[in-house]
Every structure is written in C-alpha cells, then in structure tokens.
Design a binder for this molecule. Sequence first.
Ligand SMILES: C[S@@+](CC[C@H](N)C(=O)[O-])C[C@H]1O[C@@H](n2cnc3c(N)ncnc32)[C@H](O)[C@@H]1O
Length: 242
Amino acid sequence: MENPWNTNAEWWQENFSNGKNKEYSEQLLPLIVELMNGCKKIIDIGAGEGQTLRALNSIDTCAVGIDISKKQIARGKKLSSSALFTRSAAEELPFNDSSFDGAIACLVLEHVELEMCVREAARVLKKSGRFVIAINHPMIMSTGSMWVEDWSSEPPEKYWRIGTYLCEEISEENFGNGVSIPFTHRPLNRYVNTLSECGFSITRMIEPEPYLELDEDLSWKVEMSSIPRLLLLLCERTSGSS
Ligand SMILES: C[S@@+](CC[C@H](N)C(=O)[O-])C[C@H]1O[C@@H](n2cnc3c(N)ncnc32)[C@H](O)[C@@H]1O
C-alpha cells in the first residue's frame, strides 16, 4: 500500500504549506525559528515539502530535511533548489551519532513510532543539543474531543469536550475528498516520559494561544482563544554518549 503521505502530498501542500495556512506562516514558523536560534546544524525530521527548512535556512543555519514521502521531497526541491533533503524514515536516520546541534519535528510525532524516532533524534544530536517538538495539543486530539455548543443553557455556552484523553489510539483522520491519514493520539505523559527515557530534559513548554483566522466564527472568540491547538516542547539532550 502506498504511504498515505505520498498519496495525499498534494492535499497537504495546497492547504498547509508555503504560506497557505496562516497558523503556520504567522505563528508556528516564526516560533520555531526563534526556538532554534543559535543552532548551526539542524535536522528537520519529517520535513514535508520543507517550509520549516526554508524558514530555518533564511537565518544563519545549515538545515537538512528528512521525510518518508517522495512527493513531499520532490516539491521541496522544486521550491528551493538549495534545500537539502534526504528520503528516510524518522525511525532510522541516515546520519552518524552526534551529527547535529539542533533537531526539529513539527507535526510529525503523531505519525511515527514514537520511541524509535525520539531515540534516533537523541542519537544524531550532540550532547546539549536542542530538540524542539511541535505536536497537535494532546488535549484536543483524543477520540470524542470536540467543541460543544449548548444553546439550551442561559446564556448559551461553548466548551471543549476532552474525550477519552488517557487512551492511546490510532485513528484515521478524514479530511474529506478521500483524504485520510492515520493519526496517533497519545496523552502528554507518553511524550514527556519518552523524551526523558531517551536522555532529554524538557526546558520549556509552550501552548500558543490559537491563531484565529478573520473568517472564523468570532462570536465565541473568548472560548476559542482559551483552548490551545498546538503544544511545543523545547528539550536538551542531557544524557547519552557525547
Ligand atoms: C503534517 S506533515 C508536517 C510536515 C512538516 N514538518 C511541516 O511542518 O510542514 C507530516 C510529515 O511527516 C512525514 N512522515 C510521516 N511518517 C514519517 C516517517 N515515519 N518518517 C519520516 N517522515 C514521516 C510525512 O511524509 C509528512 O511530510
């Protein structure tokens, strides 16, 4: 079976990359660039068509992207002929130990085997190397989690139902028009404990206020602004070989 990220590469590129999605271009990419500041040699794990890579290359870094999808890499090379890409799985990185001083995995960990990927990130990072992960906030991704509008209460309420947060689960995320991608929901402790077991210390956690597009229903702005969509963890490789 073809990798779903290859089958659906065009859908991702049309909707989420290269300035098409303001949450990315206005919020996430500037934040990642800020968090990676000071790292010179960076690996972008699951780089997609390379929007993070291009943002990092616009500052003084040398970044290389790896991705499993041929079509994502082909598009990335078309968009920037100087961008460095290698096709590989996040679970088996084709680099020597201690090759990088920074690593980023942006909206990727939900699609990979977590322990193997984090262990590989630790292996290719130098001691004290930085690992930034950005994930969909686990609180909003469990089965049954959704916005609920209750028009029977006075005044009407809108609140977020958490769903079965503690159940780790792989589900197919359906985006319409036949686009369906497997997604693993994990509670936050799985990320934190895996990072710790693989030799990382978490030094900062960021839950950005959601970026609201002007065409979103702003009558619920207070409610919408108070539930984060994204979670970023800034980690340092503190143990393991040098
Ligand atoms: C949601 S996209 C994010 C792309 C990019 N990081 C960004 O933020 O624009 C997820 C990417 O992870 C890649 N991916 C999924 N599973 C992978 C794996 N096991 N190894 C490497 N890349 C993988 C997909 O091909 C896809 O490009």
